[in-house]
Design a protein around this ligand. Structure first.
Ligand SMILES: Cc1cc2nc3c(=O)[nH]c(=O)nc-3n(C[C@H](O)[C@H](O)[C@H](O)COP(=O)(O)OP(=O)(O)OC[C@H]3O[C@@H](n4cnc5c(N)ncnc54)[C@H](O)[C@@H]3O)c2cc1C
Length: 418
C-alpha cells in the first residue's frame, strides 16, 4: 500500500459544490488542503443543476425567511448562516467572476445560463488557494490513528493522512454522478445516526393514460388539490408540466414528499382546478352566461374560451361527456353542472413518486443534532466535518440545496483551517 508521507492539514472527500467550497475556503485561510474525488472531473452533479443552468441560490428577503423553509432544521442553522448568508454567496460568486441574475420566485442563476460558469468560478477559487486535487480516487475507508490524525484509504490502494477531514460525499440522488452514499457508511461506523434516505423532491407518476397524451403541455396558475379517501389533504397553487410518466415542474416536485407520505396510507388522487379564481357556483354561472352568449355555436368551437391549451381542450371534452357537435343552447343543466365540476377538479390517480434516480435531493442523512452547526464539526468525532447533501435537511427546490452547500462548505472550511 502506497503511503503519502505528508500529513495534510485538511482533506476534503467529495468534489461536489460543498466540498469545493470547503476546500477553497480552508486553503484561503492558509491550510494545506487535498481534495479527493472519485470521478475524473469535479462537480458532475453541479453541471446538471437547474436544467444545466444552475439555480445557485434563492434570494429570499432575509436569512430568517430562507431558513423558515427548512422546517424543523431552521433553528439549528442561524449561526451557520450568520457566517455566510445569501448576500455573501452572491458577492462571493460575483467576486470570483460570475455575474448573476434573479428570476421568478427569487431563483438566482448565472447570467451565462450555464452551470459550467459556476463550476469554473469554484475551480478558480480552489486553484487560487493551491488545493491539491486528486481525481479518480475512490475513498473506501477512514480510520482514526492513535495520534488523532485520520488515514483515508482509497480503492486504488493509497493512504492519505490528514489532521482534519471534511466529508462532502453527497446523498444518494442521481448515483451516476458519483453520489452513492459512501459517506453514510463511514459515518455510521463512527456512531452517527443515518436517517433513512428517501427520494424527496421528485416528479409524480400518474396511472391515467390521458395524462401521457399531454406530454410537454404546461398548465399555469392552477390549483392542485390532493385527496385521499375523498377528503382534501392539502392544496398548492402553481404550474403543472405533463410528462410521459405523469406530472412534474417545481410545484409538483415540492409536494412530492407529502404525496409520498400519504401513499403509505392508501391511494392518492390529485385534482386539477383550472379555474382557481372562481368558486363552484361562479363557475356554473360563468358557463351559463357563456352558453347563452354563444348559443348558436357548437361546444367544440367555444371550448377554447375555457381551456386555452388546445391539447387540453380534447381532455375537457372527453371528461365532460358533452358531444363536441352539440350546440350550446342544447347543453342540459345537468351536463353544464358536471362540466363545472370537472373544471374545478380534473382527477388523476397517483401511481407513485419517482425514485432516487430522478430525485433532485434525497431526504435522509446525518441529523443536525449530531453536528455543531457553528463549525459543522461532528459532535461524535472531533476534527471531522460534514457538509452539503450528507446532512438531513428537508428543503424545497429553488436554489435552497446549493445555498446549504455553500454555507455549510464555507463554515466547515473556515473551522477546519483553524
Ligand atoms: C438533476 C438535479 C438538479 C438539481 N438542481 C438544483 C438547482 O438548480 N439548485 C439547487 O440548489 N440544487 C439543485 N440540485 C441539488 C444539488 O445538486 C445538490 O444539493 C448538491 O449537488 C449537493 O452537493 P454536495 O457537495 O453535498 O454533494 P454532491 O454534489 O453529490 O457531490 C458529492 C461528490 O462526492 C464524490 N464522492 C462520493 N463518494 C466518494 C468516494 N467514496 N470517494 C471520493 N469521492 C466521492 C462524488 O463523486 C461527488 O462528486 C439538483 C440536483 C439534481 C440531481
Amino acid at each position: 500500500m502506497k503511503g503519502d508521507h505528508k500529513i495534510w492539514d485538511v482533506a476534503v472527500i467529495g468534489g461536489g459544490p460543498s466540498g469545493m467550497m470547503a476546500a477553497g475556503r480552508a486553503a484561503e485561510l492558509g491550510a494545506r488542503v487535498i481534495l479527493i474525488e472519485k470521478n475524473e472531473t469535479l462537480g458532475k452533479k453541479l453541471l446538471l443543476t437547474g436544467g444545466g443552468r444552475c439555480n445557485l441560490t434563492n434570494a429570499e428577503p432575509s436569512t430568517r425567511a430562507f431558513l423558515s423553509k427548512l422546517k424543523e432544521n431552521e433553528k439549528f442553522l442561524f449561526s451557520t448562516f450568520s457566517q455566510m448568508n445569501i448576500e455573501d454567496t452572491i458577492s462571493f460568486f460575483n467576486k470570483h467572476g460570475l455575474d448573476t441574475k434573479m428570476e421568478a420566485g427569487g431563483r438566482v442563476f448565472p447570467i451565462s445560463d450555464k452551470a459550467k460558469s459556476v463550476l469554473d468560478a469554484l475551480i478558480k477559487y480552489i486553484n487560487k488557494g493551491d488545493v491539491t486535487i486528486k481525481t479518480k480516487k475512490i475513498v473506501s475507508n477512514i480510520t482514526i490513528n492513535k495520534d488523532n490524525t485520520f488515514s483515508i484509504q482509497t480503492k486504488e490502494d493509497e493512504i492519505i493522512k490528514a489532521k482534519k477531514i471534511i466529508i462532502a460525499t453527497g446523498g444518494t440522488s442521481r448515483p451516476e454522478t458519483g453520489s452513492t452514499g459512501d459517506g453514510f457508511k463511514w459515518l455510521a461506523s463512527l456512531g452517527h445516526t443515518i436517517e433513512e434516505s428517501d427520494a424527496s423532491l421528485v416528479p409524480i407518476a400518474i396511472s391515467d393514460e390521458w395524462v401521457k397524451t399531454l406530454q410537454g403541455v404546461t398548465l399555469s396558475n392552477i390549483k392542485i388539490n390532493v385527496f385521499q379517501n375523498n377528503k382534501k389533504q392539502f392544496s398548492k397553487k402553481g404550474n403543472v408540466l405533463f410528462t410521459h410518466f405523469g406530472i412534474s415542474g417545481p410545484t409538483i416536485i415540492n409536494m412530492s414528499k407529502d404525496v409520498r407520505d400519504l401513499l403509505h396510507y392508501g391511494p392518492v388522487v390529485i385534482k386539477l382546478d383550472i379555474l382557481p379564481h372562481l368558486g363552484d357556483g361562479e363557475t356554473n354561472k360563468m358557463l351559463q352566461a357563456l352558453f347563452i352568449k354563444e348559443q348558436n355555436k357548437k361546444f367544440k368551437n367555444i371550448v377554447n374560451t375555457i381551456a386555452p391549451v388546445s391539447t387540453f381542450q380534447k381532455i375537457i371534452m372527453d371528461f365532460s361527456n358533452i358531444e363536441p357537435e352539440t350546440f350550446c343552447h342544447s347543453i342540459t343543466r345537468e351536463k353544464r353542472l358536471f362540466l363545472a365540476k370537472i373544471l374545478k377538479g380534473i382527477p388523476m390517480n397517483v401511481e407513485g413518486i419517482l425514485g432516487k434516480e430522478k430525485a433532485i435531493v434525497t431526504s435522509g442523512g446525518v441529523p443536525l443534532t449530531e453536528v455543531d452547526t457553528k463549525t459543522m464539526e461532528s459532535k461524535l468525532c472531533k476534527k471531522l466535518f460534514l457538509t452539503g447533501d450528507i446532512l438531513d435537511i428537508d428543503r424545497p427546490s429553488g436554489g435552497y440545496s446549493l445555498q446549504i452547500c455553500w454555507t455549510t462548505g464555507y463554515v466547515a472550511g473556515t473551522a477546519a483551517a483553524k
